[in-house]
Design a protein around this ligand. Structure first.
Ligand code: DX5
Ligand code: ZN
Length: 218
């Protein structure tokens, strides 16, 4: 059984709190927040003040995905009473072990993200240290892109390693997730599915969350 984490990247930012209330009403499990710096990825989104503005506006935990260079310089900006995961990119973290410890010392769960072309082997050493691995299934930077099929193999690979090594990190898939591929991803081992445009692009946002949950909770 997998959980749904709608990405507010595709929401209407002019009414962010009420958009988040809609996903909560629909039974989403996390609010996924895409922080982009215009350097690690071509787009710029928002930073700590926007994340903090949602504290107390929802009871959902925050899943903060940092697509930024030098994430170690910014971790504290995203620590709130509702921040469950802070996820940094392997490609943006020269001292990955250190930043994982930093996140955990600040009381959050630590995640590491892999771009589509980055192999699982690059994070093998830290799989016992992280709480979550985020498999990017599009090239990060924008919502509404098409799912890259080969990334599903990394979900299977991580699930196999997790079973073999008796590890307990969660597997999250992010990018191009929709009602057609959600079941396959959950069956491949994904625990959390991020969906931006497939949720916030729907006319009935709570209804779309319920549709996802029906598919991935089976
Ligand atoms: C992409 C972001 C995703 C994005 C997903 O860089 O990390 O979280 O919001 O959007 P969709 O579901 O539209 O691909
Ligand atoms: Zn994301």
């Amino acid at each position: 059984m997998a959980k749904l984490a709608p990405s507010i990247l595709s929401s209407d930012f002019s009414k962010l709190a009420s958009q988040v209330a809609l996903i909560e009403e629909g039974g989403a499990s996390y609010v996924h927040m895409d922080v982009m710096d215009g350097r690690f990825v071509p787009n710029i989104t928002f930073g700590g003040p926007v994340v903090k503005s949602l504290v107390g506006k929802t009871s959902l935990p925050f899943d903060v995905h940092l697509m930024i260079e030098h994430p170690e310089q910014r971790i504290e900006d995203f620590v709130t009473p509702q921040t469950e995961f802070i996820v940094v990119h392997q490609e943006a973290s020269v001292h990955l072990d250190r930043v994982i410890s930093q996140i955990k010392e600040l009381g959050c769960k630590a995640g590491v993200a892999l771009n589509p072309a980055t192999p699982v082997s690059t994070i093998e050493c830290v799989l016992g240290e992280v709480d979550l691995v985020l498999v990017m299934s599009v090239n990060p930077g924008f919502g509404g892109q098409k799912f890259i099929p080969y990334t599903a193999l990394k979900v299977c690979e991580l699930d196999e390693i997790r079973k073999r090594e008796e590890l307990d990190f969660l597997i999250e898939v992010d990018g191009g997730v929709n009602l057609d591929n959600a079941k396959m991803l959950a069956e491949s081992g994904a625990d959390i599915l991020v969906a931006g445009s497939a949720v916030f692009g729907a006319d009935d946002i709570p209804g779309r969350c319920r549709e996802f949950n029906r598919i991935i909770e089976e």
